[in-house]
Write a protein that binds this ligand. Structure first.
Ligand code: AMP
Ligand code: ZN
Ligand code: ZN
Length: 414
């Protein structure tokens, strides 16, 4: 049958008007062979630049970049990595802090391997469990949570967190996973780098050590890019690079003892740092509230049910009865830690209000699913889970995220 140009145009208009939600573009790429998500802990959105991070800038140029991504409250590592993985706010997934207590399970700390690997702490459904349950193989190089059996499920392949393994070796491990025969090859890979977080804490976000570590990790991202290129995978693998939060400068002496906030006989401090959890002793509740609630020189405190609504925090029973939030650039530490802190050093911290520019996180992505050169307005990190589910063609578990802010970066439906 011969169709003239007008008829073809009319037919394509009719088709696109009828098909929901988006017309299938005839030249659209196939579903990616794999999705690789990389986290660079404490990569502040503002660190990205063509001069200091040329490899990340190339990914942004060839793919999509958000002006920044908003971390969830509290802007700490474990809560936010697990929000990225589940699309749930920390209040809903249960990793409400790096350090917490649960009436039934006991204490959680990131340095406690037994707790970190105990699936009872980890609520909701991380993307690797969504994938495995739907027959998609996953692998993880130490993404927080990936070494626990969550709902009885772990990634098909996982590597326990080990900071002695250099970043380049981690990339080589990931590339080796992609080299496996199709039946063993993971379609979802997550990986994690902690080195920038450490440099940021020890020397501050504007330090030469942070610049040096940025350059080193950017080169490692370049190694991953080159590894994909040499395998002919650049147009088959969606590569997403994110961070969990940024980093703020903590000037010399900008630390107080938690014992100056509340006397230990009145309340115990469940977590120190920037988001301070306080649990009054039985019978001392009113005293603790009188002493703490409201605004102070370096912090503000609320009852757990009265925290600012945009933090979406305080309904989880693991959140202590009183939460104090340090102002930007201030730490509150247990006395023993405060005594060890050098008084004259500039340092860095995160854990501050997620709305602060210093806490803004990184989001760049390239690959067959992404529009080259797309620039996205800032979005919340709960939106990453629905993105990953979409890229992999998975039915997402219930979550707090929304794919809508990311649609301008996505090619028409495949
Ligand atoms: P923070 O800066 O307190 O939010 O925590 C970040 C630190 O958590 C990193 O510098 C790592 O040393 C540590 N970390 C990251 N992943 C893991 C893990 N899977 N197990 C134990 N510690 C981890
Ligand atoms: Zn972190
Ligand atoms: Zn950190």
């Amino acid at each position: 049958m011969h169709l003239n140009r007008t008829a073809v145009l009319a037919a394509s208009f009719f088709l696109s008007a009828c098909s929901t939600p988006a017309p299938r573009a005839p030249d659209s790429p196939a579903r990616p062979q794999a999705v690789v998500i990389v986290s660079i802990d404490a990569f502040r959105a503002g660190y990205l630049s063509p001069r200091t991070t040329p490899n990340l800038a190339r990914i942004a140029r060839e793919g999509a970049q958000a002006d920044w991504m908003n971390p969830s409250y509290p802007s700490l590592t474990f809560p936010n990595h697990y929000t990225l993985a589940t699309g749930l706010r920390p209040d809903r997934h249960g990793i409400i802090h790096n350090r917490m207590n649960d009436a039934d399970i006991g204490d959680f700390a990131v340095a406690d391997r037994g707790a970190v690997d105990d699936g009872r702490w980890w609520g909701g459904e991380p993307i690797w469990v969504t994938a495995e349950k739907q027959g998609v193989r996953s692998a993880s190089w130490a993404w927080p949570g990936s070494s626990a059996a969550i709902g009885g499920v772990r990634p098909s392949q996982w590597v326990a967190y080990d900071e002695k393994v250099p970043p380049a070796r981690r990339v080589d491990d990931v590339l080796a996973w992609l080299d496996a025969p199709p039946a063993q090859r993971p379609r979802l890979i997550s990986m994690y780098f902690e080195q920038l977080d450490k440099a940021g804490h020890d020397y501050g976000p504007d330090s030469p050590q942070v610049r040096e570590t940025l350059a080193r990790l950017d080169a490692v991202i370049g190694r991953l890019y080159d590894g994909l290129a040499s395998r002919g995978l650049l147009d088959r693998v969606d590569l997403v690079v994110v961070s969990d939060h940024g980093m703020a400068e903590v000037g010399p002496g900008h630390a107080i003892g938690v014992d100056t906030m509340i006397d230990p006989s009145i309340a115990s401090v469940v977590s120190d740092g920037q988001s301070i959890g306080v649990s009054p002793k039985p019978g001392r509740e009113r005293e603790a509230e009188r002493r703490l609630l409201g605004t102070h020189a370096q912090y503000d405190c609320w009852k757990r049910g009265a925290l600012p609504a945009h933090w979406h925090y305080g309904t989880n029973p693991r959140v202590p009865p009183i939460v104090c939030q340090m102002h930007e650039g201030w730490d509150a530490l247990y006395p023993a830690k405060l005594a060890k802190r050098p008084p004259h050093a500039t340092r860095g911290s995160h854990g501050y209000d997620p709305a602060l520019p210093s806490m803004r996180a990184l989001f760049v992505a390239r690959g067959p699913s992404f529009v080259p050169g797309a620039r996205l307005a800032p979005f919340d990190n709960v939106d990453v889970y629905p993105l990953l589910a979409y890229l992999l063609g998975l039915e997402p578990a219930p979550n707090d995220g929304d794919l809508t802010p990311l649609l301008p970066a996505l090619r028409p439906s495949r």
